[in-house]
Design a protein around this ligand. Structure first.
Ligand SMILES: [Zn+2]
Length: 412
């Protein structure tokens, strides 16, 4: 949190005791002293007695757990905010439910240039299918509509939004009456987000930061990039986080760089790394994760956006510029390409330099014993989301549909 987050009226010195204080400095700590919003001491009850008379206030924790503020290492702040301030479809239990929510949202927001919703998951609906274009046109009453699937790697849209993207039908991932993926999805997303006004966007970013703070999250890793958001969205968020109280924001910009000029440009934007959702592949839900063996429910192995050579060039350029590199990689083939590419960069620059840069991999869902060993060797950090397994794991879940039970059981 920023220092100015602490209200001026707060007592100067507070002793908290009788809890379970999680700190590497003292694993058995039960008490702590806070001075002007900063942790000044952690320790045990016996030592806490000596502080009791000198503090402005003493709080009995009654056995509560005290932890440092959390870091959310993979956030799309504006999209999260739009989901908080816009239409949330994650609670829709049926396809009909989802369409009813769209109708209600449309009626409640007559002035918006584009209707944006998020969080649908047809795999959880009894109909087991996404809404058709006709159903969407009817629900949106002819207005532009953009609804992302829960994993945000595919979306369904209305005809009025498609009409704003000339040539979309020629792009990879376009389907006349199925969710859009890949390039077609990126093109409609750009059109939908372009229709969001700067004021709406700032409101969304505020809402996301406030929500994070309410959950005890003190730091956000924003995963932005040219294929995901926009430069002014990214720089606007970094400015907002500087100017207003709330969680810190570390910005990652997912642009492939191959020389020091590219790395310098990423740094000029305010990014701490050319990383985040730099897509090596897509997602399992959308059949776009890059697999070594075909899907169980589709006759192909997904999509590859970067190969080991591209990855080696990126890791080399970033390491030489002292910038953290990173990739989005979910399927086993995608993760294998990251390890192979990073190893090639290590052969060029030396293993110690690669390890010191602490490059990172988002999601890393489908690890193998070989790639786990590769991460350890190369000092790669896996930025993982175990909650995905709660949502889609198990013998009946989406992962089992896509991969069969045996492969699904190894994920996350
Ligand atoms: Zn992401």
């Amino acid at each position: 949190m920023n220092d100015r987050a602490a209200p001026q009226s707060e007592p100067r010195t507070v002793l908290l005791r009788g809890g379970d204080v999680h700190s590497p400095a003292d694993p058995f700590a039960t008490a702590m002293v806070v001075e002007r919003g900063h942790v000044a001491w952690v320790g045990s009850e016996g030592a806490a007695d000596s502080f009791a008379s000198g503090v402005d206030e003493t709080v009995d924790l009654e056995g509560a757990l005290v932890t440092p503020a959390f870091t959310d290492a993979h956030v799309h702040t504006t999209a999260t905010g739009l989901a908080l301030t816009g239409l949330d479809l994650s609670g829709a239990r049926t396809l009909g439910d989802a369409l009813a929510l769209v109708r209600a949202h449309r009626t409640a927001h007559p002035g918006e240039r584009v209707l944006i919703g998020h969080g649908w998951d047809a795999a959880r609906w009894p109909e087991r299918r996404a809404p058709s274009r006709r159903e969407l046109d009817e629900a949106a009453d002819g207005r532009p509509l953009y609804l992302t699937r829960v994993d945000v790697h595919s979306a369904v849209v209305s005809t009025a939004l498609l009409d704003q993207v000339p040539g979309v039908a020629e792009l990879a991932g376009f389907h006349q009456d199925a969710p859009l993926t890949g390039d077609a999805h990126h093109a409609v997303r750009a059109a939908a987000h372009a229709a969001v006004t700067p004021a709406q966007r700032t409101e969304a970013q505020r809402a996301a930061r406030a929500h994070a703070a309410s959950l005890g999250i003190g730091t956000l890793h924003e995963c932005a990039g040219p294929d995901i958001s926009a430069e002014d969205d990214f720089t606007g968020l970094l400015r907002l986080a500087d100017d207003e109280a709330g969680p810190r924001v570390h910005g990652y910009w997912a642009e492939h760089v191959s020389d020091d000029k590219g790395a310098a440009r990423v740094r000029e934007l305010g990014a701490v790394g050319a990383a985040g959702d730099l897509f090596v592949d897509g997602s399992l839900g959308s059949h776009t994760a890059w697999l070594a063996e075909p899907y169980a429910d589709a006759p192909h192995t997904g999509a590859a956006h970067l190969d080991a050579t591209d990855i080696a060039a990126h890791v080399t350029a970033c390491t030489e510029a002292g910038l953290q590199a990173g990739f989005h990689a979910i399927g086993d083939a995608a993760i294998g390409a990251v390890v192979a590419g990073t190893r090639a960069a290590a052969e060029r620059l030396g293993l110690a330099r690669i390890r010191a840069a602490r490059h990172r991999v988002e999601h890393a869902e489908m690890l193998t014993p070989e790639t786990v060993a590769g991460f350890a060797e190369l000092g790669l950090t896996a930025s993982v989301q175990p909650a995905f397994d709660a949502a889609w794991g198990g013998t009946e879940g989406m992962y089992a549909d896509r991969l069969g039970e045996a492969r699904a059981g190894t994920l996350n």
